[in-house]
Design a protein around this ligand. Sequence first.
Ligand SMILES: Cc1ncc(COP(=O)(O)O)c(C=O)c1O
Length: 437
Amino acid sequence: MVSEIERRQDTRLDQYVDFYAQRTQGLTVSAVRALFSVANRPEVVSLAGGMPNIKDLPLGKLGDEISQLICERGMQVFQYGSGQGEQFMRDHITEVMAEEGIHSHSDDVVVSCGSQQGLDLVTRVFCDPGDVVLCEAPSYVGALGTFLAYQVEVVHVEMDDYGISPTALRQAITSLRAAGKRVKFLYTIPNFQNPTGITQPVSRRQELLALAKEEDLLIVEDNPYGLLALDTEPQPALRALDADRVIYLGSFSKIFAPGLRVGWVLAPPAVREKLVMTQEAATLCPPVSAQFIVSHYMENFDWRSQIKVFHEMYRARRDAMLAGLEEHMPPGCSWTNPGGGFFVWLTLPPGLDSQAMLARAVSARVAYVPGTAFYADGFGSRNMRLSFCFPPPDRIIEGTRRLGEVLKAELAMRATFGIEDLPPRPGLVPGPAPDIL
Ligand SMILES: Cc1ncc(COP(=O)(O)O)c(C=O)c1O
């Protein structure tokens, strides 16, 4: 005879459903992921992917030297290491941060598997379910996924052309506290923000830090793109302006190689202790071999000049994107003008919905990420993120041409049928695949 349990298991699509933790609620694969698998076909110009373009790395020389490194020091390269990360790696990390004005001690650095894991560790250390994290509106999809996984309530704070608005931030803090909510930190990406490409000028940074002090607010500064400033010198990091209130996340993904997964957290000593213990519980130690490779690269290659090579490559792509948008976008569109990083944020004319349009765009062989991916609350349907990091300039221009055609057709259809504006829909969070980060 079939028991009740067996019957239930037979009729369920997912037989593990009764066992999942509450925090996995909402961790479902979005339909958009399926579209992205099509978007990765060569005939599609993908303006969606945020993958660093590492074609200019000296791979041959690196390969030879890494194989020599393994022959000579393999016993250490392939061994377990310190939960905080290797001393030599942490020393090099302080050199990278010095480029953005941060004076730090290697004792206060915790190496992580990319800054993504740094974000996970920080959230684990600070957030209980129901706590609030303040984020820019819009914000990085991978961070929203992390916050959601820890059942954190994300409250988006309005941005202007200079980043997060201090007035809106103060209002949000006041009303959340009045409602009895615990605001744990502000998560901000001050340089070439993902997804908008907006950079906070120094005056805005100072305003935010003054406000944070007044309101006793912690800031988590996520800065993977800071050294990819294409038109000016890098701005001083928030952490360079305030060492006590800012927890800093950095990464080698955009200045060297994302596949090595080496990032870091710089935190005051008390926090750093907790991060190390959390890191040990999560992974025992960050990968030692990757730390050897990054350190070898920094010691034996001119990593600063390599960043300049990246600048040239990304600048040509950024300029192609801006020229293509200027030429091909229909009236009523506007977009940001990033001074670095990987992304442009496009605002569509009223009534157009980037998520609804994505399938049509992919059929027209161009892909983007709908703006809804970058909001935890369903906004963003009139926006899309376009990344210029990967395709060559002529393909980027062709991508903007195809996108322009899709938008023009969409506008013509709306003019013909007078379709009503759509209400906000739930966003795409969570479930970012690494190729759209
Ligand atoms: C703002 C931001 N933070 C963090 C990350 C994760 O980077 P990492 O490769 O260091 O984990 C990304 C990746 O795209 C990002 O855009």
